[in-house]
Design a protein around this ligand. Structure first.
Ligand code: SME
Length: 160
């Protein structure tokens, strides 16, 4: 009987991210408009992983809120206050957050009841200021891990 090689889901995911990063670099290096680049990055992520919701929220310094920016997926909340929801927490702390079960996270904002887990990554400008967050929601529990965090952080670095 032939030996079965165990599938390593993380390796498979890392390979997808490596390819995605190359595509993203090519796109971002030929375009300086932030919104256009955010839009294409969400499209690339949707194509590669088909998660439930993938999108950016931008920091609006006038209202001191996060405002919905390019995304792929169903209709979403448009404004999030500083410190509110996972997105608002990441804006306030500057640290990537992985939430395995959004229903067990007291501060989570449910834009859709189908969302089960999420990852939120801060997006910084050249000066290191947080200008946006990348929010990705899954309709499955515990979808995201440190591999996602590492690659998504590399991805948003391209927007600096
Ligand atoms: N769940 C996010 C809100 C944004 S939507 O899910 C698209 C949060 O808790 O910040």
């Amino acid at each position: 009987m032939q030996a079965i090689t165990p599938v390593n889901p993380s390796a498979d995911k890392a390979e997808k991210y490596e390819l995605l990063l190359k595509q993203a670099e090519a796109i971002v290096s030929s375009e300086s408009d932030l919104i256009a680049n955010m839009a294409n990055l969400t499209a690339l992520l949707k194509d590669s992983f088909n998660w439930f919701w993938i999108g950016f929220y931008r920091v609006d310094t006038e209202s001191n809120q996060l405002v919905l920016a390019p995304f792929q997926g169903p209709l979403a909340c448009t404004r999030i206050n500083h410190g509110k929801g996972v997105c608002g927490e990441v804006w306030a702390t500057g640290k990537t957050q992985i939430v395995d079960d959004v229903n067990a996270h007291p501060n989570h904002i449910a834009c859709s009841s189908l969302s089960q887990s999420e990852i939120v990554v801060p997006v910084r400008d050249k000066a290191g200021e947080i200008i946006a967050v990348l929010d990705i929601d899954s309709d499955q529990l515990a979808t995201f891990d440190e591999v996602d965090a590492e690659y998504l952080q590399q991805l948003v670095e391209l927007l600096r």
